[in-house]
Design a protein around this ligand. Structure first.
Ligand SMILES: [Zn+2]
Length: 732
């Protein structure tokens, strides 16, 4: 095991020239290739009895050793770094490390099974519901194996977050994503090759780059962890073509792979293992049953009112999902008006806003988070008592994942889906919105070329900034299908469209040494303040580009965001630092030269098959919402072919069946039509439409049964359509 970073003896200034000599003598650098400051070079040096290697960061007069491997007999210490999967660490070793790093006494669920499997060098797939403690299953074995754990994960924010967490624990980690420049990526990759990190996070689209594949082959990778592994399956609800590149990575990196996902049908599980080229099948599955979670589908015409009612009867922390960004803002305003504390959250907010709102909600300062599906991934709040959906999500998988954020502490919690008859039409409309007609897609391509002034045969490899709203205004198009068309064209390989939410973050690095800062006199007030704030808030700014947030600097300095921006720009002009402000803009890259409209073809695996799957998923979630009389938990678990599927006893279907049975058995055989009508009204009060024949009437004369039904209709309390009864106010 490598000793912690802090224990590395730092070469004092007297040794420096010697160390530098070693650095440049032993590493294949031609003199002219010696890097200009700031240095980030492989390092070989050390004391009398031990030679060490690592990555040396530094400037003309300031160095620090980033991480190192022991070197034996002057050779790169491969011997010290060998790992024998046939003699893996024991379970007790694993527990000890767990306690050391995370402070937990023992593993949960299938964590240890997965860890054992990967320590033995097996390709492994772990199916764990959200909150099952996924990250430990790759972080722990990575800490026990030599080399870098390569983590593929789709969400940049989550990646940045995890890297931050690891760094805070003193574990070296870095992330490569589309927000970084080529130079930054190169630096990170070079560092990884020389063992600077224990974890290297990579977003799937980076895997496709030549640069990455070339460098990756030289990184000492312990194993590849693939998070959200269902994204590799075309059958999955969230297929991401870039994930397919992992297979290529496997060819150049002969190490095991650990695939992790929280939602996958049997079909998807098999597909994931095949696409990741598993040497042999190996799946660990945690039951998806959530005993404390009560699934409810509530039919309601006035969803907002129903939500208020639910929030007033279920105390505690809540998440309310709604589809549109505008919807989150409006609904949060309504809740606040009604005296229920709520924040809204969507992908369009600034990172700082997101963070502040999330913190308020996490700490319980604000009770309800009204959010789009951008909220939730990677957020682990145990005491959420309610997850309500105002709109149907796109699939059962998405619903299961979002609903599963309630009740992680094991106490009773509710997952409520609000539904009415308008939802079916709305869901159906999502199909052409997501898969517009092929000819429409070709039209969008042609208009795009015209909009960006790309001539026939031109454009290959060129990237353009692109404004979706301006494009739609110019051609009088609706943004939703246009965006879908751009995504289809991206999948088909004609262009690469990245929307503004793949935004980059602002970054900066110092160009001068810390000492040189003392020589900076008479900086204007704003610049001086901004500079001090940067030094206080961010570490490592002298060695590499560090992500910063202007709003945060503004907060600690009392400057406005604009003043911070101007100050950092000015410091860049003074060559004190290099500031790269973030850009919030969509981009289109032409992967091929501009083609004729007719040449644009959308193959079945890009369009038809995926459309069919999409339609199937839409039908599945509609069926979940519309099915009555079957336990909700059973419906969900059956969908995932979970063998533990059983009636939960407390979802709306189970409860209403029990109430129904009790009411039915309490009916007097010689009751009056009026009394029977009251009984029927109480049964229908749960909002579920029921066939007239399905209303209990055993042992009741049919004349009394029909009279009771007629009474309800005549009184205007229920509707009959044509043989299905629905209580007034419950029509859905
Ligand atoms: Zn149930």
């Amino acid at each position: 095991m490598l000793p912690p970073f802090e224990n590395i003896p730092f070469p004092d200034s007297k040794e420096l020239p010697e160390c530098l000599g070693l650095v440049f003598a032993d590493i294949p650098f031609a003199p002219e290739d010696r890097p200009a400051p700031p240095y980030c070079v492989p390092f070989l040096g050390g004391g009398e009895d031990e030679v060490r290697s690592g990555v040396l960061y530094g400037h003309a007069s300031e160095f620090y050793l980033n991480s190192y491997y022991p070197v034996i007999n002057g050779e790169q210490g491969d011997e010290a770094e060998t790992y024998d999967p046939a003699a893996p660490p024991s379970d007790d070793d694993c527990r000890r490390r767990l306690k050391e790093i995370w402070g937990y006494d023992d593993f949960r669920g299938i964590q240890l099974d997965i860890i054992r499997s990967i320590l033995r060098g097996n390709d492994t797939l772990g199916l764990m519901p959200t909150g099952g403690g996924k990250s430990i299953t790759f972080q722990l074995p990575a800490m026990m194996m030599p080399g870098v754990c390569l983590v593929v994960t789709p969400l940049i924010s989550l990646m940045v977050d995890q890297v931050e967490h690891l760094l805070r624990r003193g574990i070296r980690a870095a992330a490569i994503h589309s927000g970084l420049s080529r130079e930054e990526i190169l630096t990170i990759l070079e560092n990884a090759i020389f063992g600077a990190y224990k974890f290297l996070y990579v977003s799937p689209e980076r895997l496709a780059s030549e640069l990455f594949l070339k460098k990756a082959a030289r990184i000492p990778v312990s194993f590849i962890a693939v998070d959200e592994a269902h994204c590799i399956s075309q059958w999955g609800y969230d297929f991401r073509p870039h994930y397919l590149r992992i297979a290529e990575l496997r060819k150049i990196l002969p190490c095991p792979v650990l695939a992790l996902t929280a939602t996958a049908t049997v079909e998807v599980v098999d597909d994931v293992m095949e696409r990741l080229a598993f040497r042999s099948k190996c799946v660990y599955r945690m039951s998806f049953a959530r005993k404390n979670l009560r699934y409810v589908v509530r039919r309601a015409n006035d969803k907002v009112n129903e939500l208020l009612h639910i929030l007033r009867s279920v105390p505690g922390s809540a998440v309310v999902y709604t589809r549109s960004r505008k919807g989150t803002r409006e609904l949060a305003a309504v809740l606040n008006q009604e005296g229920i504390d709520a924040h809204f959250y969507h992908a369009g907010l600034s990172p700082l806003d997101k963070e502040l709102r999330q913190k308020d909600w996490m700490a319980g300062r604000v009770r309800v988070m009204v959010a789009t599906n951008a909220f939730g991934m990677g957020i682990d709040k145990p005491d959420v008592r309610l997850v309500a959906h105002m709109d149907l999500p796109d699939s059962v998988e998405a619903y299961f994942q979002e609903a599963g954020r309630a009740g992680r502490d094991g106490a009773t919690a509710y997952a409520v889906l609000l539904f009415n008859k308008g939802d079916r039409t709305k869901m159906r409309r999502r199909i052409p919105d997501t898969f517009p007609e092929k000819d429409y897609v070709r039209g969008v391509y042609e208009k795009l070329c015209c909009f960006l002034q790309v001539a026939l045969g031109d454009g290959r490899g060129v990237t353009y900034e692109f404004s979706l709203s301006e494009f739609c205004r110019r051609f009088c198009l609706f943004p939703v299908p246009v965006e879908s068309a751009l995504q289809l064209l991206t999948r088909a390989g004609y262009i690469n469209y990245r929307d503004e939410n793949d935004e980059t973050v602002s970054r900066l690095m110092f160009l001068v040494t810390r000492d040189a800062l003392y020589d900076l006199h008479f900086l204007p007030r704003e610049e001086d303040r901004a500079l001090r704030a940067v030094l206080r808030l961010y570490g490592g700014v002298f060695a590499e580009y560090v992500q910063i947030e202007e709003k945060r600097i503004a907060m600690v300095t009392g400057l406005t965001g604009d003043e911070v921006y101007e100050a950092l720009k000015a410091l860049t002009r003074r060559r004190v630092l290099h500031y790269v402000p973030r850009k919030r803009v969509s981009r289109v890259t032409f992967t091929l030269r501009r083609l004729e409209r007719e040449e644009i073809s959308l193959m079945p695996d890009i369009y038809d098959t995926r459309r069919e799957q999409y339609v199937r998923r839409v039908e599945s979630i509609l069926s979940y919402a519309e099915t009555t009389g079957v336990c909700r938990s059973r419906l969900l678990l059956d969908y995932f072919s979970d063998p533990s599927a059983a009636d939960c006893g407390h979802c709306d279907a189970c409860v209403s069946r029990r109430a129904f049975d009790e009411t039915a058995s309490a009916i007097e055989p010689n009751c009056s039509p009026e009394a029977l009508a009251e009984t029927y009204a109480s049964i229908l009060a749960d909002g579920t439409p029921r066939a007239v024949d399905a209303l209990p009437h055993d042992g009741i004369p049919s004349a009394v049964h029909s009279a009771a039904v007629r009474l309800l209709v005549a009184d205007g309390r229920a509707t009959l359509d044509p043989a299905t009864m629905t209580l007034k106010g419950c029509e859905a």
